[in-house]
Design a protein. Structure first.
Length: 667
């Protein structure tokens, strides 16, 4: 086994860190065990790839490697039954003990009748559950805690609601028609539920629905205490966009009428919870809950399992929560696919009969035609289905839906059709990249440099952005950033350094866009914030401007936290942002990063126009490849859903190994 693990690391199937983790765990175990060594290395590796556990059955059916060169070193993995028996005999592997019935599905409370009581242990570094999913201990506890929090919200009595007042408020906020207005349904659900998940693509009205929810809650308060509301998002950019969108929606709803929430601001989840570097517990936690009556989280698809668990743990007993997001977008960068698991892959709403009747009473809409729910959480999920964007004449929506269906043929047909001026597909060539950058990006930044008003200049940045699948390489974000700078220099828009030997563009120059890559609460700058370098009209000194409430906030370049140029950025970094025109550049060879979710996320960042530079083979690969992540949440939340078939794992690029060993050994 040791030889196989070493060869797998050399072949890029495992990281050096995975081997270090396996050796440390074997040392704690007190003896070497081949089955444990393989399991430990896989758990560490899969956690870095986004899974929260390893399904032993999938390893048995699909194998432990994708590189055929590894075949001489290990031919077949152990059978699940034999592997389970050996693992449970190890000191470092435990099985779940009995847990509260508040969990949604007690499968993991299963115990073998012939097992001695001391074998039931959930304090070990690794946990093997009844369905043969192997977890790093703390991630098993994250899942159990989140399930327990969700179960508690579903079991608590529904909030007291004045249904007549709610019905009247919904009539004023939403246009009445014979078709079901799912925004109205979502707003009603959020008012009379303790948990509400609202999912939908861009333009389906999620942030207007937030403003409507706040308005309805304010009306419900009457002369009493107005509920304390907290708005949050995973990144600073998403929080700023949520604040702007909600306040804009309030202006449409209230006009001149004052509202208790008209100046409400969203913050990052890290800031809301008081997460501090080096501290295990955030400021707000199970013992010190958040001081709010309702928490609304936007871009919930970006929230990983540990952060979502901490958020639910910090809710007070009488606090409600609303999650907003697009379940079809990329999952979080870290482990877990929480929003996707909560939505359960549903394609349509599935409310129970009792919920349908209550919704009919307040919305006066007939929602009983939909099938009865098979899972309790289904009663708390609303899918917004209608796009309110009409600028692109439906082209962006058409390809987004085709990508979601995995329908490569329809997607290509839409690109080739003359019916959609908003869609362009070009083969991946250097000439196509350069000419498209000259036509779309260079003119925008030439205009930005000519603008004397910092706020207007920043606003112009939302006109265009280049999104890359990769960070490095000629067609990656870093390579495209250098290419745009070179094209701007050729056009005379920026100037080269006086030091000819360096032959490089000045590090800072007027019109350079920057993106913050680390949080700095002192300067109120957060990961994902976008700024623009401009020259002071009086002193000609360079300052980096960021959006502010009344005017931009300006910083000397040397005072900024970690940041990077962002004419182009990775698709992962673009979540929570929107641009008039989006130029998507896929690699010209197959890459493990290409997926349906990646392409969908990139396309839906555009409001008016999408230009994709990709060869047909790579485009098809992206559309036909789904991101599959292993977790136990889906089974627990959706007990009637068929088990997922095993899906072959594409070879993933190893992550850096420079992570301290004690980080992962914090079980």
């Amino acid at each position: 086994m040791d030889e196989f693990l070493n060869q797998a690391q050399l072949a890029g199937e495992l990281r050096l860190f995975d081997l270090q983790f396996e050796k440390a765990l074997s040392q704690i175990n007190g003896k070497r065990c081949p089955e444990l060594s393989l399991a430990a290395a896989l758990v560490s590796n899969r956690l870095a790839s986004g899974d929260t556990c390893v399904a032993l059955a999938d390893v048995e059916s699909l194998g432990v490697y994708t590189n055929p060169d590894l075949k001489p070193f290990i031919e077949t993995p152990p059978s699940v039954a034999a592997w389970r028996e050996v693992l449970l005999a190890q000191k470092v592997v435990g099985r779940p003990a009995q847990h509260s019935r508040a969990e949604l599905k007690p499968d993991d409370q299963h115990t073998d009748e012939n097992s001695p009581p001391e074998a039931l242990n959930d304090k070990t570094p690794l946990i093997l559950d009844a369905k043969n999913r192997l977890y790093l201990g703390r991630y098993w506890h994250y899942e159990r805690s989140l399930l327990s929090s969700i179960g508690r919200l579903l079991e608590l009595p529904a909030p007291v609601v004045d249904q007549k007042l709610l019905s009247s408020g919904l009539e004023k906020l939403f246009q009445q028609s014979e078709d079901i207005d799912w925004q109205s349904v979502a707003a009603a659900m959020a008012v009379f539920s303790r948990l509400c998940v609202i999912t939908g693509g861009p333009g389906t009205g999620k942030t207007y629905t937030v403003a409507a929810i706040l308005t309805l809650l304010e009306q419900q308060a009457k002369a009493g205490k107005v509920p304390v509301i907290a708005l949050a998002a995973p990144t600073g950019k998403a929080a700023a966009r949520l604040t702007e969108s909600v306040q804009s929606a309030f202006q449409k709803i209230h006009h001149t009428n004052p509202s208790a929430y008209h100046d409400i601001e969203a913050v990052t989840l890290h800031r809301l919870l008081g997460i501090r570097p080096g501290k295990l517990q955030p400021r707000f936690n199970r013992d010190n809950p958040l001081p709010c009556d309702l928490l609304i989280i936007d871009e919930a698809s970006m929230v990983d399992l540990p952060l979502m668990t901490r958020t639910f743990e910090a809710l007070a007993d009488d606090c409600r929560i609303v999650l907003l997001g697009d379940k079809d977008q990329l999952a979080s960068v870290e482990s877990g696919i929480v929003l996707g698991d909560m939505c359960g892959g549903l394609k349509e709403v599935q409310f129970s009969e009792s919920v349908c009747k209550r919704l009919q009473q307040v919305t006066r809409l007939d929602v009983s035609v939909y099938p009865q729910s098979e899972g309790r959480i289904a009663n708390h999920i609303v899918h917004l289905q209608k796009s309110h964007r009409s600028v692109d004449s439906g082209g962006i929506n058409a390809i987004a839906k085709a990508v979601n269906r995995g329908d490569a043929a329809s997607c290509l047909d839409h690109f080739k059709s003359t019916a959609f001026d908003s869609l362009t597909l070009l083969p991946h060539t250097v000439d196509n990249i350069d000419s498209t950058l000259r036509k779309t990006v260079v003119p925008v930044y030439q205009n930005i440099q000519a603008n004397d008003d910092p706020q207007k200049a920043i606003d112009q940045m939302s006109r265009v952005c280049v999104l890359c699948a990769l960070k490095n390489g000629r067609s990656g974000a870093e390579g495209i950033n250098r290419r745009v700078e070179a094209l701007l220099a050729t056009a005379g828009a920026i100037h080269r350094n006086n030091d000819r030997s360096a032959n490089r563009i000045d590090n800072y120059y007027p019109g350079k866009p920057v993106m913050i890559t680390e949080n700095n609460s002192v300067q109120n700058l957060f990961n994902g914030d976008h700024g623009l370098v401009l020259a002071d009209p009086q002193t000609n000194e360079l300052r980096v401007h960021f959006p502010g409430e009344q005017q931009t906030r300006a910083f000397a370049p040397g005072r900024l936290p970690e940041h990077q140029t962002f004419y182009a950025m990775t698709i992962h970094k673009s979540q929570g942002s929107e641009y008039d025109t989006v130029l998507v550049i896929l690699p010209d060879t197959d890459s493990e990063i290409l997926s349906r979710e990646l392409l969908y996320t990139a396309i839906t960042r555009a409001r008016k126009q999408v230009i994709v530079i990709a060869n047909e083979q790579q485009l098809r690969t992206a559309i036909e490849t789904r991101v599959e992540r292993q977790s136990g949440l889906l089974d627990a939340l959706w007990p009637q859903q068929p088990a997922k078939p095993a899906v072959p794992r594409r070879k993933k690029k190893p992550l850096p190994d420079g992570v301290p060993l004690q980080t992962t050994l914090d079980f």
